[in-house]
Design a protein around this ligand. Structure first.
Ligand SMILES: Cc1cc2nc3c(=O)[nH]c(=O)nc-3n(C[C@H](O)[C@H](O)[C@H](O)COP(=O)(O)OP(=O)(O)OC[C@H]3O[C@@H](n4cnc5c(N)ncnc54)[C@H](O)[C@@H]3O)c2cc1C
Length: 289
């Protein structure tokens, strides 16, 4: 294999030209927080493209059509964006809970998706919101993929994350459970996006991480809330559906018992947070009994 060479394109045109010219293996590095972890094998040859200085790859742009986030946008920028916090609070919350200050300042949304960790914190929110990825293929051509259809390791550069308006439901939340308060990789994380009016849920989308090789939608849990009144009986059905989702996702695993209990507690926090209610209110106390 050829020696490893590192390229640092300054803009998208230069980046595309590198795609066209590269003959051998091509890899990307953005924040380096996953790639440079001790013990991980680094690319041994070919071209390593540093995305951290590409003008036009780090942006957050919201308009009537939805929200677009550049693939090299840092997790810190996502956590700090006031427009995002209003339109998709779950994503701002997931970003705020990702790693430490130092990690968030380097880590990018593209890296979080491409690294494809089962517990990646931004991904459940993006899956629930029906995100699409604006990519550049190995041949330099642009293409758009649903986030669920993205397969890492195929040479696709994630140039931007597209959140269509119809996926941005007005109420949303993200909660995670980890071994520690800070700097904690999720043992379970879950995102909820919902419509809610006059005490009733409308459309509901829920996705969870660390329940399989990649974050997944939870259709039983969605159906337990969608179109239902916010009441203790509804919440109890929701908790039963969440435990059923765990049983279906990881049957017989060592962590099944722990996760089916943990997800019930997370589920109540999730609904309370999305609707701006106290999880210690009477409604949630009754549901937990
Ligand atoms: C101490 C520590 C704590 C952490 N805590 C958390 C946490 O709480 N939650 C969490 O979700 N993650 C956590 N992480 C993991 C990591 O920080 C995130 O996954 C981060 O978002 C990765 O982004 P990056 O830019 O650093 O990726 P990099 O390390 O630069 O790249 C990771 C992979 O993605 C590929 N890649 C990067 N950008 C693109 C792109 N635009 N298109 C295509 N491929 C691309 C690279 O080729 C590489 O294979 C933690 C990591 C560390 C070291």
């Amino acid at each position: 294999m050829s020696e490893l060479s590192v390229a640092t394109p300054g803009d998208m045109a230069e980046l595309r030209a590198m795609f066209a010219a590269a003959a051998g293996p091509m890899n990307f590095i953005a924040g380096g927080t996953d790639m440079l972890i001790a013990g991980r094998p680094l690319p041994m040859g070919g071209l390593l493209i540093d995305l951290s200085r590409v003008a036009g790859m780090a942006f957050i742009c919201a308009d009537d059509g939805g929200i677009r986030i550049g693939g090299a946008t840092t997790v810190a920028a996502i956590a700090a964006d006031r427009g995002l916090a209003l339109r998709l609070p779950a994503l701002a919350e997931a970003a705020a809970q990702c790693g430490s200050v130092q990690i968030r300042n380097r880590a990018t949304v593209g890296g979080n998706i491409a690294n494809a960790a089962p517990a990646a914190d931004l991904v459940p929110v993006l899956v629930a919101a029906g995100a699409r990825l604006g990519c550049i293929g190995r041949d330099g051509a642009s293409c758009e993929l649903a986030i669920c259809d993205y397969t890492p390791g195929r040479g696709h550069l994630i140039a931007e994350v597209i959140l269509p308006r119809n996926g941005l439901l007005p109420y949303s939340a993200f909660v995670k459970l980890g071994p520690r308060q800070d700097l904690s990789i999720s043992r379970l994380n879950i995102a909820l996006l919902a419509e809610f009016q006059d005490g009733c849920f409308g459309d509901v989308r829920i996705a969870a991480g660390a329940l399989g090789p990649r974050p997944l939608r939870l259709p039983l849990a969605e159906a337990a809330l969608a179109g239902k009144e916010l009441a203790p009986a509804t919440l109890r059905d929701f908790l039963s559906a969440l435990t059923a989702e765990v049983d279906a996702a990881i049957p017989g695993r060592g962590s099944q018992t722990y996760k089916r209990r943990a997800i019930a507690g997370l589920g109540l926090d999730l609904v309370a947070q999305a609707l701006g209610l106290s999880p210690r209110g009477q409604l949630f106390e009754e549901a937990a009994q």
